[in-house]
Design a protein. Structure first.
Length: 479
């Protein structure tokens, strides 16, 4: 999607023009950068410059470190906060990105690009209604904001509102997307495709971040010439120029920090009604389970769901539950699904808020056509569109119980951190430590037979062959 190139709205009259907060797509000169260029706070500018340069090279992790260093020197700098939120977004740390962009939106409510970025992060975490509110507000402020129209189309598409999605894509200049909506409407399909592919969103996000980084570098180069790649004559003669430069060899002179820094004035706090509206979350009827920005699991189910009872914070409606037993080949077993803290059958309709176990994160995912095999101890629950079977991994010693999940529903896992996915292709074998196994998906066949190669005695005991993906985590956290 194209980047918005207009200047953002001016701040209220009580602020000076230098106080205006930049969005990632349009960045007016911030007070911190202007003051840093004039007052010699080159440590901050150096790290901000380096972080922006690394974003252009898709070095996202390194850019995160540089931008965090810049913010440590000037915590209130809006440009650095905005870039860092974008980096967290690219890394998939959506709650942190949402937290930063919410603060910026609270401080600069008239900046449409900040609201668009926040809306995209909310949309990626399943909070479509909240995202819709911010996109509408961005378009009220700037009716010709093309990115806002494009993301409005995506949200309507995900909600199954094809006509509204088509109109929004047209307003945003996304003719090809509008044609896709027309084709779906022509088929008279009750529901659209599941939404844009991860590749489409990733390409859009990367292009947006590169645009933001390029504009940041342009402004930094114009506002602080010492950070540009200067001193060419000195380097041609093989001697340092004496100027702080990120690629210059030789002795680097660290500039002095300013003696004092005036505190940045914060904006007026939002009203109670605005806060309550922002904190209130809701799910579409097709999404009975979702993880909120704070990491809690929100349950809004018209029908039955299957969840553990641990860490329930709030319940609306009567909580009626029965035990769920393990199942093999359609036959119910005596053992309970989930072990000591079993998965229970919750009768709908039910609304609840559940906190993750200590040291764990909730991970909600829609299965679609793919079956998921997951360690039973990491399965927190699923909705009534998901079927399950129980099996044991072929390992010596204590059995590792695995649950197979299938169906076009939502499953919820509890994991210590984001899993690592390793691909397995036909003709290959991947051997893993069973203690680090979270689960797998695809046509994979586990086995505990070691090979005959000289190194086989030292290889992990569990092997996978076939075509699919294996999910791994830290061994100490999964035991």
């Amino acid at each position: 999607m194209s980047r918005d190139g207009d200047e953002p709205e001016r701040a209220p009259a009580s602020r000076t023009p230098e106080d205006e907060a930049p969005g990632p797509g349009t960045r007016p000169r911030s007070r911190q950068v202007a003051r840093g260029a004039a007052g010699g706070n080159d440590d901050f500018l150096y790290h901000l410059y380096r972080g922006s340069s690394m974003l252009l090279q898709d070095q996202v992790v390194e850019a995160k470190e540089e931008l965090e260093r810049a913010l440590a020197l000037q915590p209130q700098d809006a440009k650095s906060q905005d870039l860092l939120a974008g980096v967290y977004f690219r890394l998939g740390v959506y709650p942190r990105a949402i937290e930063i962009w919410r603060r910026l939106v609270d401080a600069y409510p008239k900046e449409p690009t900040l609201r668009v970025n926040l809306a995209l992060a909310l949309f990626k975490t399943g909070q479509a209604d909240d995202a819709l509110e911010h996109v509408h507000e961005a378009l009220r402020i700037q009716p010709d904001h093309e990115r806002a129209w494009g993301y409005l189309g995506l949200i309507h598409w995900r909600l199954g509102q094809l006509e509204a999605a088509r109109d929004a894509f047209l307003r945003g200049g996304q003719a090809s997307m509008a044609r896709r909506m027309e084709e779906a409407l022509g088929r008279d399909a009750p529901m659209p495709d599941p939404g844009p592919s991860g590749e489409e969103l990733e390409a859009s996000d990367r292009a947006a971040m590169r645009s933001a980084a390029e504009e940041a570098l342009e402004r930094l180069d114009s506002e602080s010439p010492r950070l540009a790649l200067e001193g060419q004559a000195g380097r041609a003669e093989g001697r340092p120029s004496g100027v702080w430069s990120p690629i210059e060899p030789g002795t680097e002179v660290v500039p002095p920090r300013p003696a004092e820094t005036r505190p940045r004035l914060l904006g007026e706090p939002p009203t109670l009604a605005d806060r309550v509206r922002r904190w209130t979350v809701a799910l579409s009827p097709d999404t009975p389970l979702a993880v909120t920005a704070s990491g809690a699991l929100l349950v809004q189910a018209e029908h039955d769901v299957f969840l553990r009872l641990s860490n329930v914070s709030a319940v609306r409606g009567e909580l009626r539950t029965t035990v769920v037993r393990r199942r093999t080949r359609g036959r119910e077993l005596d053992a309970l699904l989930g072990g000591k803290e079993p998965v229970m059958h919750w009768r709908g309709p039910i609304t609840a808020l559940v906190r993750p176990p200590r040291g764990r994160l909730f991970a909600a995912l829609r299965l679609g056509e793919d079956a998921l095999y997951v360690r039973e101890e990491l399965l927190f629950g699923f909705d009534d569109r998901v079927g399950f079977e129980t099996a044991n991994l072929p390992l010596a010693g204590d059995p590792v119980v695995v649950t197979q999940l299938h169906g076009d529903g939502i499953a919820v896992l509890t994991v210590p951190a984001e899993p690592v996915a390793m691909r397995v292709q036909e003709g290959e074998e991947l051997r893993v430590d069973p203690a680090q196994l979270i689960g797998w998906s695809g046509r994979l066949f586990p086995n505990a037979q070691r090979g005959t190669a000289p190194y086989s005695a030292h290889a992990p005991p569990l092997g996978f062959r076939g075509d699919g993906v294996v999910l791994l985590g830290e061994a100490a956290d999964l035991r």
